[in-house]
Design a protein around this ligand. Structure first.
Ligand SMILES: C[S@@+](CC[C@H](N)C(=O)[O-])C[C@H]1O[C@@H](n2cnc3c(N)ncnc32)[C@H](O)[C@@H]1O
Length: 258
């Protein structure tokens, strides 16, 4: 039976590739890459660097599929994402059926950890349910940008006995989530932290974590928000793209059993 390994490759630093991931990379016959086009060439290059660095004495192929565009004009966000996922599933189904022989192993290299804001597993689930060529899926966890962020700021994600929520910029835009003092925000194209009412919150922000372009800023939101907004805009202009993540923290004055 065909095997598909979904391999987490860390969030930007090739040294974040785990020993388990290296062993998995060395079992792969065909690496599948969904290509979005032009802008994030650096991310594609990093994947190739990982293969060059870690795959030893093994012939493999890299097969490219065209990543369909998402309809960013649609007002119904969830419907647009669903539609995009179905079209990506079409591409993946074709890749697996046409490019992988029986008994061969294919892989998708996933940024960070496949369990966090990544659609590869859901897409493969959909492909499997459609009942085309049968395949088995294996997952190798990776170091997520959230772990990388916490490490670079030398902080934990939660306070003693407290909860932490991982969410998106879109959701933070609706306000600070209930019942948590620590919130990790990903996929924020609009610097939602700058609009927060919680004036006393702290922020631990990181962009391009693990890469030579890494930028880190931390401090009270009220004091550093403008600097982050300006740094972010400048870096995005210079590089053409940005990936940033941040932890927002409301200090708990005592352990209150929440
Ligand atoms: C589609 S999600 C993928 C998350 C990934 N699976 C992970 O575990 O980190 C993309 C978001 O992850 C965050 N991200 C990924 N890599 C990053 C990096 N090197 N530096 C900062 N943020 C990063 C950003 O918030 C970005 O918008």
């Amino acid at each position: 039976m065909r095997q598909i390994i979904v391999i987490g490759i860390g969030a930007g630093d090739p040294e974040q590739v785990t020993v388990q991931a290296v062993n998995a990379l060395n079992r792969v016959d065909v690496f599948f890459v969904l290509d979005k086009g032009t802008v994030k060439q650096e991310l594609t290059d990093l994947r190739q660097e990982i293969l060059d660095r870690y795959v030893r004495d093994r012939d493999y192929r890299v097969v490219w599929g065209r990543d369909p565009d998402r309809d960013r004009t649609a007002t119904a966000y969830a419907d647009a994402v669903d539609d995009w996922r179905h079209r990506r599933a079409d591409v993946c189904a074709r890749l697996i059926a046409d490019e992988l022989k029986e008994e061969q192993t294919g892989a998708f290299l996933v940024w960070g950890d496949p369990a966090l804001y990544d659609s590869t597993l859901a897409i493969l689930g959909e492909v499997g349910e459609r009942g085309g060529v049968p395949f088995e899926v294996e997952v190798v966890p990776g170091i997520s940008s959230v772990s990388a962020l916490a490490a670079r700021h030398r902080t934990g994600l939660n306070q003693v006995g407290g909860a932490v929520q991982i969410t998106t910029g879109r959701r933070l835009g609706a306000g600070w989530p209930a019942d948590v003092d620590d919130v990790v925000v990903m996929l924020d194209a609009h610097t939602a932290f700058a609009e927060l009412a919680e004036a006393d919150a702290e922020i631990f922000w990181g962009a391009y974590l693990g890469t030579p372009d890494e930028i880190l800023v931390s401090g009270p939101v009220a004091e550093v928000a403008d600097r982050i907004v300006a740094l972010r805009a400048e870096a995005r202009r210079r590089k053409g793209w940005i990936m940033d993540t941040y932890l927002l923290r409301r200090r708990r004055s005592r352990i209150d059993g929440r």
